[in-house]
Design a binder for this molecule. Sequence first.
Ligand code: GLC
Length: 538
Amino acid sequence: MSSTTPSPWWRSAVIYQVYIRSFADGDGDGVGDIAGLRSRLPYLKSLGVDALWINPWYKSPMADGGYDVADFRAIDPLFGTVADAEQLIEEAHRHGIRIIPDIVPNHTSNEHAWFRAALDAGPGSPERARYIFRPGRGPDGTQPPNNWVSCFGGPAWTRIPDGEWYLHLYAPEQPDLNWQHPDVHAEFESILRFWFDRGVDGFRIDVAHGLAKDPELPDLTREQIVHPHWDRDEVHDIYRAWRQVADEFPGERAFVAEAWADTPERLAAYVRPGGLHTAFNFDFLMASWDPKDLRTVIDDSLAMLSGVGAPATWVLSNHDVMRHASRYARRTVARWVPNERYQPEGPVDLELGTRRARAAALLMLALPGGAYIYQGDELGLPEVEDLPEDVLEDPIWERSGHTDRGRDGCRVPIPWSGQAEPFGFSPDDAYAGPWLPQPTSWGERSVEAQTGDETSMLELYRTALRLRRDHPALGDGTITWQDAPAGVLAFHREPGFLCVVNLSDDAYQLPEHTAILLASGPVADGRVEPEHAVWLAV
Ligand code: GLC
């Protein structure tokens, strides 16, 4: 960028998502933790990421992998202590890596002190007013207050012994907070300050689009224009206040919203001036592996976000969705239906999925804005689609009546080294196996196996991140599409950079260039094969 003040870090950061339960186990109990993460900071440094988003590490009964928080100012003993977190933040900063924990404001755990007090205090009490309690419908109040459904299946309401019902858009162990209550606002602003004081560089906001509910709690209907609990305009008031809290602290603290919005316009509303800094662009993740679909998503996202002065963020996988190496392993990747779980069809061709994942990485990392890497993306890990039923932990499995296996397949502990479980995930003298079993074949995908192998996914990511850091055209900025045959995406970035992704069925003769900076596969006679991408100096 040509401006004299450097653009803030969050406009172009590569953020690595640490699903802490599955990243690295320091104490041998089979669950990842802060000690394990600290020991792997040199790896993350050498990979070349700018920041880590860490999934919830707070005290939790783990009904939803830590997204059911019992105490936001304590670290769960599974992961360590607040002192460990402080040490991690300090060490990461010494490596030049920022830390962004998750914050979960839509709900607490049913074991949170507030919810326990609410249960004890009884109907009509001030304690209940911090959550969403209502009498039931029907003569005996045996019907839920409305027809809302839980994202994990079944009704969004649970009845308690005194006859009242409480709302939970997720599991019954995750009661929704009442964001019309001033205590809730004050408490979360205080929690933000607690962690900002400890040096965190920002937060990923869980279910950022869910906090505001229609006070009338109307039934869901097919016709509604404004949804009663998703993406309501009132949420933005909350985030304007949060932005002010972040701005109280030095050092460009930044938010990223997990906001599932129906249109790029609705998403852009979260990142207007005075609001949040960034929001995940799930349209990119949900796009099919199709040149038209991808180009539309890229253009619409860039247009909408630049319209409000915000950077785009690009993401291919996370702990909630099927890993993209497996999504793309289906020859036809159907476009995802928003608000529905992705149900892929057709035979799995992992070689194809891997080729596409390599090309997708170069596409994503060449686009303007920030990018997210989910742990294991850089190893090309596929979804583990055959976990035995008796190890599944995701509440979706139970709540769907065993019709949806849930999200455990993308949460399997990652392989670091060796040829057998736990593949370096846990120390040699571990007293427990990994909390989810690892495929026996994962030795060949480990960090150790891929390091130094120029053809590996890991070295592709490492090189791409190094080039991205050094090349003045990459990161924040704009793109210009170049003419190319149908099925080929080619865009130029100033100065002197061209990204070409070949999604057609034919090899593509590269345009004039001074050098091939990086390619996702072999380029012979200047031709890039189908399902491959190339970065060129032009
Ligand atoms: C978000 C998280 C997901 C969690 C849910 C409820 O969507 O990413 O993992 O289950 O919120 O907190």
